[in-house]
Design a protein around this ligand. Structure first.
Ligand SMILES: Cc1cc2nc3c(=O)[nH]c(=O)nc-3n(C[C@H](O)[C@H](O)[C@H](O)COP(=O)(O)OP(=O)(O)OC[C@H]3O[C@@H](n4cnc5c(N)ncnc54)[C@H](O)[C@@H]3O)c2cc1C
Length: 439
């Protein structure tokens, strides 16, 4: 009987999951394992803040609770461990005599290093089988080789959009192999128990805020699929997306699918299929559907760029050798920005929303990032690290890629500074947003 260990990462779903679909028919037992990694939960290198702050941690724990129920309904379960994957997983593999490990592969530097460390620790006897589950385009279907990835999204879109094929999402399995005989999985810890196991202070309690732009659905595949259905099918909001996506208030102005996408409880291909469904039901391709497809392509573009650039993607200098504008590092100035105390009402309102809810609109993110870099002259990596701490939808490629772009150190060599005062006038003409998030 073959026993397979499945390392759960940012693929916390049953639907459209090749790592599950590729289980060999001979798999008599499956042990899905989630590792609470002390590095991902520990302090960042720039600010010393927990990389996974209270908002994302709460969402992650909700996601895992939901996934555990979904696995249980298929005759399986999840084992929760605290530790580095390269320590936890090989020990379990040896204990259980497992023949293989499955995992979704990631192409950002630290995540790649984790896969390499795990492969080395498993040794040649236990292969780590890696599956591409996190992008819209399967790398094998990319119409251009990664080495030819253009240095501009417009060119990428031009080269790829008309030639690309998006695979249909895989159906969720109807059943899963049982857990290994006599194995008693460790339970999902609470946030407090997890902090204690990691030797960290207990995280702040997260309370809901009725001003939040996020739908109050919580984490997990069940909620993510429900939001997609509601947005695309029940309320036909895709048709309006292009007109509303730059707004700042309310849950309907954009999809708000990013947090589920970021931890993989929703697949990008599932969303693409919903857009196809919208088009099929409403006739000709709407502008909203087209724009949403492009946003999903942006997500892939940053992931491909991170893959191509390697560690340079996270460095201060530009990907085309650009040197960022000189900074005047000042921790007090940075702290005021982070707390929403700069004196610029639009920037402060956005930062307060982020701190209170773990979310900020795309328009807000662009403006606060530009303000920190180009008006306050601080290091863009401090801003990226702060977003990593606070964002419920943090995704290494999208976050660091967008910050790098606004710092003028990505692929663009144009001036990427925003006129924040002008933006506030344009996107919050009556000051409703600023009033909503007034201190
Ligand atoms: C400084 C900065 C940091 C950011 N950090 C993140 C991050 O950590 N995680 C993250 O998912 N997005 C990030 N974004 C991109 C964007 O702001 C969010 O994806 C979006 O606001 C999420 O809301 P939504 O799901 O309603 O997006 P929608 O407008 O509904 O878009 C649908 C999906 O397209 C993708 N998308 C949209 N815009 C972008 C973009 N500019 N770059 C990459 N993907 C995009 C997202 O997956 C999003 O869920 C960042 C943008 C900036 C300017």
């Amino acid at each position: 009987m073959t026993t397979v260990i499945y390392w759960l990462r940012n693929d916390l779903r049953l639907h459209d999951n090749e790592a599950l679909a590729a289980l060999p028919p001979s798999a008599g037992a499956l042990l899905p394992v989630y590792c609470f990694d002390p590095v991902a939960l520990g302090p960042d290198a720039y600010l010393g803040l927990p990389r996974t702050g209270p908002h994302r941690l709460a969402f992650l724990l909700e996601t895992l609770a939901d996934l555990q129920q979904r696995y249980a309904a298929l005759g399986s379960g999840i084992h929760f461990a605290v530790g580095r994957p390269e320590d936890v997983l090989p020990a379990l593999a040896r204990q259980l005599g497992a023949q293989a490990e499955h995992a979704s592969t990631e192409h950002t530097t630290e995540e790649e290093e984790a896969e390499e460390a795990l492969t080395a620790a498993l040794g040649p006897q236990i292969p780590l089988r890696r599956f591409e589950t996190l992008t819209l385009l399967h790398p094998a279907d990319l119409p251009i080789p990664l080495r030819n990835l253009p240095f501009s999204f417009s060119k990428f879109r031009f080269d790829v959009f008309s030639k690309m094929t998006v695979r249909p999402p895989l159906p969720a399995p109807r059943r899963l192999p049982p857990l290994p005989t006599d194995f008693v999985p460790a339970a999902l810890p609470t946030a407090g128990a997890l902090a204690a196991a990691l030797g960290q202070p207990a995280p702040a309690t997260v309370t809901s805020d009725q001003r939040s732009a996020l739908p109050a659905l919580g984490g997990g595949e069940t909620a993510g699929l429900a939001r997609l259905h509601d947005y695309a099918v029940e309320r036909h909001l895709i048709g309006r997306y292009d007109d509303t996506r730059n707004q700042l208030l309310g849950e309907a102005f954009s999809t708000k699918l990013s947090a589920w996408l970021a931890n993989g409880s929703l697949s990008a291909r599932q969303i693409w299929a919903a857009i196809d469904g919208y088009d099929a039901a409403h006739g000709a391709r709407s502008k909203g559907a087209m724009q949403l497809r492009l946003e999903l392509l942006w997500r892939d573009y940053f992931r491909l760029l991170a893959h191509k650039a390697g560690p340079d993607f996270f460095r201060w200098r530009g990907l085309r050798g650009q040197v960022p504008k000189p900074t005047q590092p000042d921790r007090a100035v940075f702290e005021d920005w982070a707390a929403g105390r700069t004196g610029n009402a639009f920037v402060d309102a956005n930062m307060r929303e982020l701190n209170a809810t773990g979310f900020m609109s795309n328009r807000g993110r662009q403006n606060v990032a530009s303000y920190l870099i180009h008006d306050l002259h601080q290091d863009w990596r401090w801003g990226a690290a702060y977003f990593e701490h606070q964002l419920i939808d943090h995704d290494a490629a999208s976050n660091w890629g967008n910050w790098k772009y606004i710092a003028g150190t990505g692929t663009d060599v144009r001036d990427t500074a925003f006129d924040v005062a002008q933006q506030a006038k344009r996107y919050d003409p009556q000051g409703r947003y600023v009033r909503t998030w007034r201190a």
